[in-house]
Design a protein around this ligand. Structure first.
Ligand code: PCD
Ligand SMILES: [Cu+]
Length: 800
């Protein structure tokens, strides 16, 4: 933290200060306002009939018994939505998805019908009473099986379509092939390389699992023709655009409000059938309709993450210089392609897979595949498949080091993009804005006394009586966040810029609105801190509002750690417009020329003269009272910021584990995380974000898993089974930082919230595998539960 220069600066509580979170006053008193807190007069409740089977034809749906349940008002099926052309909806990935199953169900828990009733209980009773007759079809849950010639046809609606939104389809269950890099040069480098390594790995299906599930309250006013919907959306403006396009209601009469959100983690970016059904029900019935998912519905049917079957290959010299990288991925996207990636990137930013290393040639290919599982593939705390990419490259560098008998740190040093190479263009065409990987790693190695840890490990390996296996994981990752330059990044054709509007009131306090939406990140605090420093107004009196499309300027929302890189920049630019006008007003009030003024914390003063000044408070009053001739009254500005590039935060993580040789039980002895996100706005919030991301990384690596049995029954979809670590299981985190500002961001800031998730997961695997490295093991898949580790121990002749 930069110590404030004086009391005036301290009073601002601006950038760089660990000020407490403004929003916590309401959160810790239970006074937040979540979607389920919205209660409107005459509000009806909706519940969803879901398929018990994974693949079947719907022979018949009988609503009669349900309609007799006291309180039930209506039951809607695909047949009812058909006349409105709303039984299918477009997905963000250019596919279509059934809103309610149309003649066929494609995965277990798919939405089949909705029941609307006067209360939540009656709606649930109604759901029980809807009779659906299914004729079961063969199920495919394995994407490799799905691509075989005789595999069951999952998407009959696509029959005969040999091309999708992302080009050619070569099989009825194939969605797209996407590739990047130079294949010929990469193949040539492999053909002549002295050393090559190859490793298959599966990044299993996991779920973001926010504590608050998804939900909506839709309220259509038939008199005014206006639709207001409160919903748990990470991107309310794009939802408004889509709702207007689908319903035909003018965008000016659609209002989407994201109230407080109890965690998003990528799960609340997409548009789900439940939202659409609540809106349609409200339009049809002319009354407000509330839909709130339960936990099992959230885990089973809303967007999952990952499920990437990856093959990595590295070519290198005998002394460990990497010459080329090749990867091939089979991506399970479930029954509908409903990933939420920028339109032109069906595999997100997977091509950041060359990581922190200077690799001359690289090529990657991803094939998207349909299976009878829930749709998804969202960016769970990651900027669109970056987690998968970082996992692959970090695993591969370890595998190569093992093959060459090199140390993990030494091989990384040998291949780092060096500080003087930035801006650096990767083999995939990303222009990395800045970085200093060697300094970050050196700081971590020194902090944990790496040589001593290795010596301890050697000693333990030499002692057969030692009850534990000790593993050391090391990862040096690069993220790509801040989507994005709108020339390459859009969602449904809308460029991925972001926005800010600031109004300074006559008495010197202010309100600001952005196109993003906090889900717990603390935007109300950090955004106010940026404005405080830029404008010399205390962050305490700067009100931040997000999430209401009727008041906030258009923006693309919060995910992919884009708020700081994009909206954060918009805030600085809007503030600078106000600053420029304030300077004119100050010059007028002081009767001097603008050039004679200098800015100091909260005021313009006559250069070198502390006694002649006008504070921002004076200037605000004057703006509404006696602006200079020719200048409009008022003190406000709007800025739409289209970033010139992504930002590239990075980090170096080290983990030490001790695995019990008898039981496979693992203790995380140490986890040291160094992050570099450029200029830091609020170090305390950053620390909290890093703890959160590391804890979610721990959960994924050590326990989370959604899997399916052969019939397509989902496993692990309750919190009895799905691992959400509490304070009891969570390791103690040690954090550290370096500061390498982004050269193109007005504040030098990069995103940070995803880095700890992206970086920690491969670090855990690196540590777990390292514990077995002396026994010839190079890789095993997550999650590293005690049971799976016990099998691993048995496989190498340990454990009973
Ligand atoms: N340099 C810097 C950076 C940053 N920061 C801070 O921190 C935070 C964060 O940021 P970013 O990184 O920018 O991010 P954003 O955009 O805001 O956010 C997003 C993220 O965020 C995270 N975190 C969190 N937290 C909470 N609490 N909750 C939630 O939900 C969440 N989510 C998660 C996720 S998943 Mo995705 O969606 O999957 O893609 S992506 C994501 C904010 O407040 C800010 O301001 C500072 O201070 N500084
Ligand atoms: Cu991702």
């Amino acid at each position: 933290m930069n110590a404030p220069a004086n009391d005036r600066e301290k009073d601002l509580m601006g950038m760089g200060m660990s000020r407490l979170r403004k929003e916590d006053a309401r959160f810790i008193q239970g006074k937040g306002n979540y979607v389920d807190d919205i209660k409107l007069p005459d509000m009806l409740h909706m519940d969803i009939v879901r398929s018990p089977v994974a693949h079947a034809r719907i022979v018949r749906i009988n609503k009669e018994a349900a309609l007799k349940v006291p309180g039930v008002i209506a039951v809607l099926t695909a047949q009812d939505l058909k006349p409105l052309k709303l039984h299918w909806m477009p997905t963000l990935a250019g596919d279509v998805q059934a809103v309610l199953a149309d003649e066929k169900v494609h995965f277990q828990m798919q939405e089949v019908a909705v029941v609307i009733a006067t209360d939540r209980y009656a709606a649930a009773d109604g759901v029980e009473a809807v009779e659906v007759e299914y004729e079961e079809l063969p199920v495919v849950i394995d994407p490799f099986e799905a691509l075989k010639p005789g595999a069951p046809v999952i998407r009959e609606d696509l029959a005969g379509k040999s091309a999708g939104a992302h080009g050619e389809r070569y099989h009825h269950n194939h969605i797209f092939t996407w590739d990047a890099g130079d294949k010929a040069a990469t193949d040539a480098a492999f053909a002549s390389a002295p050393i090559t390594v190859r490793q298959d790995m599966h990044y299993p299906r996991v779920h973001p699992c926010p504590l608050e599930t998804c939900g909506a309250v839709a309220s259509f006013d038939p008199v005014r023709g206006e639709l207001t919907t409160w919903m748990t959306s990470q991107a309310p403006h794009i939802v408004r655009t889509v709702v207007s396009m689908l319903s035909g209601i003018p965008e000016s009469k659609v209002r989407i409000i994201s109230p407080d959100i109890g965690g998003g983690f990528g799960n609340k970016v997409g548009i789900y059938p439940g939202y659409v059904c609540a809106i349609v029900s409200s339009i049809v019935l002319g009354k407000p309709v509330k839909w709130i998912e339960d936990r099992i519905e959230n885990l089973s049917s809303t967007a999952f993450a990952r499920d990437y079957h990856m093959t990595g290959e590295l070519a290198a010299t005998a002394d460990g210089k990497i010459l080329a990288l090749r990867t091939n991925v089979i991506a399970d996207h479930g029954a509908f392609d409903a990933c939420a990636d920028p339109t032109k990137f069906p595999a997100g930013m997977f091509h950041i897979v060359s990581g922190s290393y200077d690799i001359p040639s690289a090529y990657c290919r991803v094939d998207g595949v349909y299976t009878n599982t829930a749709p998804g593939g969202v960016a769970y705390r990651c900027s669109f498949r970056v987690t998968e990419a970082v996992y692959l490259i970090e695993r591969m560098v370890d595998v190569l080091a093992q093959k060459l008998g090199m140390d993990k740190a030494a091989i990384r040093s040998k291949n780092f993009i060096r500080r003087e190479q930035f801006p650096y263009t990767s083999a995939f065409g990303f222009e990395y804005d800045s970085g200093d990987y060697q300094s970050a790693m050196d700081k971590v190695l020194a902090a944990v006394d790496y040589p001593r840890l290795r010596a301890e490990q050697a000693q333990k390996r030499a002692d057969p009586a030692c009850p534990t296996l000790m593993g050391i994981g090391l990862v040096t990752f690069t993220e790509v966040v801040g989507a994005g330059p709108s020339k390459i990044c859009d969602i449904l054709g809308v460029g991925m810029f972001d926005s800010c509007e600031i109004r300074v009131h006559p008495t010197g306090s202010a309100i600001a609105r952005m196109g993003t939406i906090s889900q717990g990140q603390g935007h109300q605090t950090t955004y106010a801190q940026i404005i405080a420093t830029e404008l010399g107004i205390s962050s305490e009196v700067i009100q931040i509002e997000e999430g209401d499309t009727s008041t906030a300027p258009y923006g693309l929302g919060t995910y992919g750690s884009r708020s700081t890189p994009v909206a954060g920049a918009a805030i600085a630019m809007a503030a600078r417009k106000i600053h420029a006008k304030a300077r004119k007003i100050a010059a007028h009030l002081l009767e001097v020329s603008e050039a004679d003024l200098e800015w100091e914390i909260d005021r313009f003063k006559l250069r070198g003269n502390d006694d002649r000044f006008k504070t921002m408070k004076d200037i605000a009053w004057a703006a509404y009272n006696q602006p200079p001739a020719g200048l409009e009254p008022g003190l406000e500005a709007v800025h739409y910021y289209d970033p010139p590039n992504f930002t590239f935060p990075f980090g170096a993580y080290l983990c030490v584990v001790d695995i019990d040789k008898g039981t496979g039980e693992t203790s995380i002895r140490r986890f040291y995380a160094l992050d570099d996100c450029g200029t830091r706005i609020n170090p305390m919030i950053i620390e909290g974000q890093i703890h959160g991301g590391l804890t979610e990384g721990f959960a994924v690596a050590m326990g989370q898993l959604l899997s399916f049995d052969k019939q397509g029954n989902i496993q692990g979809n309750t919190l009895m089974d799905y691992f959400l670590p509490t304070a009891v299981e969570t390791p103690k985190w040690e954090t550290d930082f370096t500061v390498t500002p982004s050269p193109h961001h007005p504040l030098g800031a990069k995103g940070v919230a995803e880095s700890p998730h992206v970086g920690s997961i491969p670090t855990f695997t690196s540590a777990m595998v390292d514990a077995f490295a002396h026994l010839g093991v190079t890789h095993f898949n997550m999650p590293h539960t005690a049971f799976r580790m016990w099998h691993q121990l048995k496989a190498v002749g340990l454990a009973g």
